[in-house]
Each structure stands twice: as structure tokens, then as C-alpha cells.
Ligand binder design. Structure first.
Ligand SMILES: [Zn+2]
Length: 274
């Protein structure tokens, strides 16, 4: 959390308000949120720059700056970006405020403090660790097949591997596996051609639908205007706890842990062996 659909929603909703705007200053409520350079240098290099673009790669948000540098931001577990939140009680989870011209302010809110931002010359470091974007034409069935070949790890873990596919996280991996009828512990190389095709389609359908629903507000995710997303209302297995049943066969949803990640699935619709 937030995953590709949440970050894409933030990008879509923030872009019209911040592209072309100038950063007038930065307030750091918690300096640890800056990965590089030093907090002081970060502040001075950001000030005066115009934001010329906003894009997403995987779960990263990338602000293009007039100097040619990039401001890269990762929200990790609980981060969100809020544009001009309603004044009210002081929010103790605000870690940084990017001040823009005309009095607008972009707040980086992050209760658990895992979020980070940094300045970079280009995206080469990101590209080294990120696989293909699942919603682009380049992500063909052949690409997915090739990437699962000889992979012994559980398919759930492979879907979370950002080097294999960028942007899929815990919630949408569970939803895609349910949709494709694949048990999360099946090894990548055990999937039949038909199963890989179902999974390929499921990943794209699940992500597009979640973008359409403006992301899932499961844990501290807010859209830039402070609204919640509604994608979690469409979840069929992800985050289903005690007593929830499969919407297809009514079997109780099961929870297991795969590589330290809580994983939800239907034991009947997603059989262990095929
Ligand atoms: Zn079922």
C-alpha cells in the first residue's frame, strides 16, 4: 500500500494542479523523509524550481523539475500527498510541506514514516530495479511467460517482486490470483500456458478497475483532495477477515502468510494442485 492504482490516481489528480507551478520553499517536519542529498541541500535545490511534469513508474511518483533534476517520491506503507488540506487540528503525521506559488501547499503525510523522497539526475537507478509496467503495450503475455520461466518461488511472491513486474503489491496480487484461479503458493514455473494467460489478463483488469475506482483506501490512503478511493469495495478476497466467504463458491476465505505477507485466497476456486 499504496500500489500502482493508488499512485496512478494521485498522479492523475495532482498533475493538473501542480504542473507549471513553482516551488517556493519546503518545510521539513521530519528530515528523515529525505533520502538524498542532505535535508539542507534538498531544501535549497528544490526552492525556485518549476514543476514541469509528473509521472509514475511502478509505485514511484516522479516530479520533473525545470533544472532537469527529478524529485522522486515513494509513499511506501502509509504515505499520501494532500493538496491544501482543510485547516483544522494540527496533523502530527505531516512530514513535509512543499510550498508552491499562489499560496498552495502539498503535504506529505505519513503516519508510519516509511515514505521517502529524493533528488535524482535521471531514472536509471529506478530502471535497474523495476520490471515492465503492467498496463503498457510492452507487457505482453509473452513477456509474462518469459519472466515466470524457471521461477521456483511462489507466484504470490513473484507478483510482489518489483523487478518482475512493477507496481503490483499485496492487495492486487491477491485479487489477480483469485481472478485467475491460481493458488498463491504455486511456483511460477508450474503454471500452465492457460493459467499464465488468465493471470496476465487478470493483472491488467484488476489494475484498470482499481484505477477507475481511484484506488483502495485500506490503510491511510487518501486522494490528493482528501477523498477516499473505493477500489476496496470491489475486493473479492484481499483483506477479507474472519467469516468472509468467497463471492463465487461461498467457501470461507483463507489467510496464509507467504514470504511475510498476509495472503488471502479461496481454497476451492484456487486449488493447491492442478
Ligand atoms: Zn471460491
Amino acid at each position: 500500500m499504496p500500489e500502482l492504482p493508488e499512485v496512478e490516481t494521485i498522479r492523475n489528480e495532482l498533475a493538473p494542479h501542480i504542473i507549471g507551478r513553482t516551488v517556493t520553499g519546503l518545510t521539513l517536519c521530519w528530515e528523515g523523509i529525505v533520502r538524498q542529498p542532505s535535508a539542507e541541500e534538498f531544501r535549497s535545490r528544490l526552492a525556485g524550481q518549476k514543476i514541469t511534469g509528473l509521472s509514475r513508474r511502478g509505485k514511484y511518483l516522479i516530479f520533473s523539475l525545470s533544472s532537469g533534476e527529478l524529485l522522486i517520491l515513494h509513499l511506501r506503507m502509509t504515505g499520501s500527498l494532500l493538496l491544501n488540506p482543510n485547516p483544522g487540528d494540527p496533523d502530527r503525521f505531516i512530514r513535509a510541506i512543499i510550498h508552491l506559488d499562489e499560496g498552495d501547499n502539498l503535504y506529505f503525510r505519513d503516519p508510519r514514516k516509511f515514505g521517502v523522497m529524493w533528488l535524482a539526475r535521471d531514472t536509471s537507478d529506478l530502471e535497474k530495479k523495476l520490471g515492465p509496467e503492467p498496463l503498457t503495450e510492452g507487457f505482453t503475455l509473452e513477456v509474462l511467460k518469459e519472466r515466470l520461466k524457471n521461477r521456483k518461488a511462489p507466484i504470490k511472491a513473484l507478483l510482489l517482486d518489483q523487478n518482475l513486474i512493477a507496481g503490483v503489491g499485496n492487495m492486487y496480487a491477491d485479487e489477480a490470483l483469485f481472478s485467475a484461479g491460481i493458488h498463491p503458493l504455486r511456483s511460477g514455473d508450474s503454471l500452465s500456458a492457460k493459467e499464465v494467460a488468465r493471470l496476465h489478463r487478470a493483472i491488467q483488469e484488476i489494475l484498470w478497475a482499481a484505477i477507475g475506482n481511484k484506488g483502495a483506501s485500506v490503510e491511510n490512503y487518501f486522494r490528493p483532495g482528501g477523498e477516499l478511493g473505493t477500489a476496496h469495495f470491489q475486493f473479492r478476497v484481499a483483506h477479507k477477515l474472519g467469516g468472509d466467504t468467497c463471492p463465487v463458491c461461498q467457501a470461507p476465505i483463507e489467510r496464509i502468510v507467504v514470504r511475510n505477507r498476509g495472503t488471502y485466497f479461496c481454497p476451492q476456486c484456487q486449488p493447491r494442485k492442478k
